[in-house]
Design a protein around this ligand. Sequence first.
Ligand code: AP5
Length: 213
Amino acid sequence: MKLLLLGPPGAGKGTQAKLLMDKNNIPQISTGDILRAAVKHSTPLGKRAKEYMDKGALVPDDVVVGLIRERLKEDDVRNGYILDGFPRTIPQAEALSRITDIDYVINLKVPDEDLIFRLSGRRTCEKCGEVFHVKFNRPKVENICDKCGGKLFQRKDDDEEIIKKRLEAYHKQTNPLAGYYRKNKKLIEIDGTKNPKDIFNSILKVINPEAIS
Ligand code: AP5
């Protein structure tokens, strides 16, 4: 099964992708994670991407399309995958349609005021990438990952001013994708304001009704 998760920064794409990955045994492909790893290792791609990411802007289409094209050639995607954070512009969606066909496009809808609160309180494990929140999803021990014991950190782009820029980029460049996929009859709108488990069950109801727990 090939799934695509759409939605603004902080809508819960990463949170739902991890639940879906565990349930369906297919990999999560997050362009944000791939780009952050490249930045961390100061690769040529990372150096180029950093300029944009630090400002809350989107990385140029040719860079991310090339990256996805390569990623989708790997062995682990044979039984499907979950795209998280790609595509983010109409040209990216058009490029994807030339590479493959997606089964479901899930659009998580959350108002901007909730997103700022979610993102400014997010904490991420530096080792395994598990995501927490200082209020909604606190780790058992402060700043330590429940899953692997790694240290939690705050993403650089989760600063309030940069979050506002990311939201601007979303409304201008990514939101039009909902119309694009609605036209293709692929779009499933999900209320992303409920708790993560209820959202997960709403997604399963559409993609795999027998799997709801
Ligand atoms: P990326 O890493 O993709 O960031 P994003 O889209 O801004 O999304 P986030 O990871 O911030 O949020 P999320 O929706 O995954 O939410 P999460 O589950 O973590 O991209 C970063 C940057 O990389 C971009 O700005 C851009 O520069 C570049 N980039 C990436 N892809 C690109 C592309 N295709 N083209 C061009 N540039 C690209 O949840 C957030 C918080 O909320 C957490 O703390 C979580 O615990 C909490 N939470 C989750 N669900 C709920 C809930 N239901 N209720 C309450 N709290 C919740």
